[in-house]
Design a binder for this molecule. Structure first.
Ligand code: KIV
Ligand code: ZN
Length: 499
């Protein structure tokens, strides 16, 4: 019989911590239900004490989801744990995830403390959490850089205090795969009671080794993998769910199984990317646009003769149905509805009508409409009405002339206009908007992305705008990249001007 690997998804907690990836409660419920359909065992739904919004999301996800265990994160602080237990009150199966930093970096610099004190606090938080729930997961933050002897001492003590799952995070993504595997092995061999609990891996990708470290941990005895969809998460991200699921599906020799319904992977990947406005890099393993594209003649020839010459995964196994990816101007409303359904999005009649209208307009300008376009169209109609809207934009630009932009905005129903010059058309448009919105704001990150190829493609613009010591994320997509840039700037401004 094969060994079971539990999949703990933290897209809605570690993933959602990423600037610009924040979701509202309705969107989080949508993702949580898709995770349930995908077959994850545990959903980390949030960090309830961090904000009323996070608290509310944990409550609503607990009500909306039936099978997976709902987990809430806390620090080793009694009030965090109490608040987490309140947020979990409706969960059919619940878990508190509490813990503390155990590396000398954390002990000395974060806590200004000692190993003895941290050990006591670790025991204390587990004992306190046990008053509220049976299932308590302990994390030893920065376990990747924690001395193994001390880590074993902490782990043994928290197991004695009642922890049911022990999470060993490589918080900084520092470990090498052999080193991380040896750490898990050391705990398996040196901690009394370790066989009565599940060991979890939680790896970050700072050196690009999150998945390799996770696999090494599992091959040395861990039985829970902490992952996110598309590998999103703090800094360089977390281990990605789709990679772990497909590694164990492909490498049968390990005899390790997950309960992931792999043909739902592509749909949820695109759903999360669209809701979080976080593009999937084209060469991302399993879910990238090019993951199954064979461009060189030699590879194409090989695949035509026998798919397995160059493909280790059947695209259908992860939900990539090549024939249905492209829609055109001749596609009907039913085709659009079906494509949205495959991507995990159900729109009511009105929203579908609006999306279809926008689809036809886009299809007039762009020959092939792919999944990213479709999600962008659906996303546009899910977003709530903004207070500031772009009324018109006219730009003159070229070689050896100065760019000039005229911009019209509608702000809470009233029309405003301004004209400005700039160093290129985008700069001119942004300067004109700044003349209307008199706030101190600095454009920080600015990324223009073509979704597929061809000069008629939709350009996606992501940007961050700094205002009052906070960063605000803006996004838009348009076949006109200057218009998309102006709209993304306005999208970011809408987040702070009337807050
Ligand atoms: O990376 C980390 O250490 C974490 C813990 C809070 C589990 O996210
Ligand atoms: Zn983390």
């Amino acid at each position: 019989m094969s060994d079971r690997l539990f999949i703990f998804d933290t897209t809605l907690r570690d993933g959602e911590q990423v600037p610009g990836c924040q979701l509202n409660t309705v969107e989080k419920i949508e993702v949580a239900k898709a995770l349930e359909a995908l077959g994850v065992d545990v959903i980390e739904a949030g960090f309830p004490v961090s904000s009323p919004g996070d608290f509310n999301s944990v409550v609503e996800i607990s009500k909306a989801v039936t099978w997976p265990t709902i987990c809430a994160l806390t620090r080793a602080v009694e009030n965090d744990i109490k608040v987490a237990s309140e947020a979990l009150q409706y969960a059919k199966s619940k878990r508190i995830h509490t813990g503390i930093g155990t590396s000398d970096y954390h002990i000395k610099y974060k806590f200004n403390s000692t190993r003895e004190d941290i050990l006591e606090r670790a025991i204390g938080c587990v004992k306190y959490a046990k008053k509220f729930v049976e299932d308590v997961q302990f994390y030893a933050e920065d376990a990747g850089r924690t001395d193994n002897e001390y880590l074993a001492k902490v782990v043994e003590a928290v197991i004695k205090a009642g922890a049911t799952v022990i999470n060993i995070p490589d918080t900084t993504g520092y470990c090498l795969p052999y080193e991380f595997g040896e750490k898990i092995k050391f705990l398996k061999e040196n901690v009394k009671g370790i066989d009565n609990v599940v060991i979890a891996t939680h790896c970050h990708n700072d050196l690009g080794m999150a998945t390799a470290n996770t696999i090494s941990g599992i091959l040395n005895g861990a039985r829970q993998a902490e992952v996110t969809i598309n590998g999103i998460g703090e800094r360089a991200g977390n281990t990605s769910l789709e990679e772990v699921a497909m590694i164990f599906k492909s490498h049968k020799e390990f005899n390790i199984d997950t309960h992931i319904t792999t043909n739902k992977i592509y749909g949820i990947s695109r759903m999360v990317s669209s809701l979080m406005n976080m593009p999937v890099q084209p060469n991302k393993a399993i879910v990238g646009r090019n993951a199954f594209a064979h461009s060189s003649g030699i590879h194409q020839d090989g695949v035509l003769k026998n798919r397995e010459s160059y493909e280790i995964i059947d695209p259908k196994d992860v939900g990539v149905d090549e024939n249905s990816i492209v829609l055109t101007a001749r596609s009907g409303r039913a085709a659009l509805k079906h494509r949205l359904h495959v991507l995990g999005i159900e729109l009511d009649k009105d929203a579908l009508d609006k999306a279809y209208e926008a689809f036809l307009k886009l299809a007039d300008r762009k020959k092939d409409i792919n999944d990213d376009d479709v999600l962008m169209l659906a996303g546009k109609h899910r977003s709530k009405d903004a207070r500031i809207k772009l009324d018109f934009l006219q730009v003159t630009s070229g070689v050896n002339i100065q760019s000039v932009a005229s911009v019209g905005l509608i702000i809470a129903g009233e029309k405003f206009e301004a004209c400005a010059t700039g160093n290129g058309p985008v700069d001119a448009a942004i300067n004109a908007i700044k003349k209307i919105i008199h706030r101190k704001m600095i454009l920080k990150d600015f990324l223009i992305q073509a979704i597929t190829k061809g000069s008629n493609d939709v350009g996606k613009v992501h940007m961050t705008v700094d205002h009052d010591n906070n960063s605000y994320y803006g996004f838009s997509a348009n076949t006109d990249i200057v218009a998309a840039s102006a709209e993304a700037f306005i999208d970011a401004i809408n987040k702070f001007v009337y807050e």
